[in-house]
Design a protein around this ligand. Structure first.
Ligand code: GAR
Length: 217
């Protein structure tokens, strides 16, 4: 305990949430998840959080007159728990500009594509239809335009010719589970920080080998 106070927003199964919870349980991790909010009462991630003793709330979007009222309630609950940094983890509601601006530079998201390519939904279907050979995932600060904002970290994942949207989603998801905790660590301890609208790192960056897809023979 003693790290940055994190609130996680989810809508579904919560496998990224589980990866973040596991990371926060490791020694010297610079963040603690103090609250999980779901907009869906049946989100599997709620049970994952509860089973580890993390406080949960459901803010059901169907019970609010408009987006602003829904966002205002999420904002209120986050502040009630003294949340310092918000992680979107499979949160499938668009947040209105008022909320995004209120949490500017304290709001990060994971998206299952190499942004700025393939914002939106049905990403893996579109990637396969386009014949793309390398896809991946992105952790980024959230700005008001959908799936936009300064990029913290990305992982590249090969697209195989036999892939379906499901098999590609599973391969990308495995990379998400690695990169989101790593990105959260760097944001929480200040290794990654904003310089204007770009993220810069105080730790040494390495020159990773290029990913070839298909591999070079
Ligand atoms: C993840 O693939 C995440 O990147 C995606 O939803 C999935 C949630 O899975 N998020 C988005 O598409 C947001 N634009 P999870 O509930 O098992 O973490």
């Amino acid at each position: 305990m003693g790290g940055k106070r994190i609130g996680v927003l989810i809508s579904g199964r919560g496998s990224n949430l589980a990866a973040l919870i596991d990371a926060c349980a490791t020694r010297d991790f610079p963040a603690d998840i103090v609250l999980v909010i779901s907009n869906r009462p049946d989100a599997g991630g709620l049970q994952i959080a509860q089973s580890t003793g993390i406080q949960t709330r459901t803010v059901d979007h169907t019970e609010y007159a408009d987006r602003e009222a829904f966002d205002a309630e999420i904002d209120r609950v986050l502040r009630e728990h003294d949340v310092e940094l918000v992680c979107l983890a499979g949160f499938m509601r668009l947040l209105a500009p008022g909320f995004v601006e209120a949490w500017r530079d304290r709001l990060i998201n994971i998206h299952p594509s190499l942004l700025p390519a393939y914002p939106g939904v049905n990403i893996h279907e579109r990637v396969i239809d386009d014949g793309v050979r390398i896809s991946g995932c992105t952790v980024h600060y959230v700005r008001t335009a959908m799936d936009s904002g300064p990029i913290v970290a990305q992982a590249a994942v090969p697209v195989l010719s036999g892939d379906t949207a499901e098999t590609l989603a599973a391969r990308v998801l495995a990379a998400e589970h690695e990169i989101y905790p790593q990105a959260l660590r760097m944001v929480a301890d200040g290794t990654a920080r904003l310089s204007g609208e770009r993220v810069v790192f105080s730790a040494r960056e390495s020159e990773a080998a290029p990913l070839f897809s298909p591999p070079l023979s």
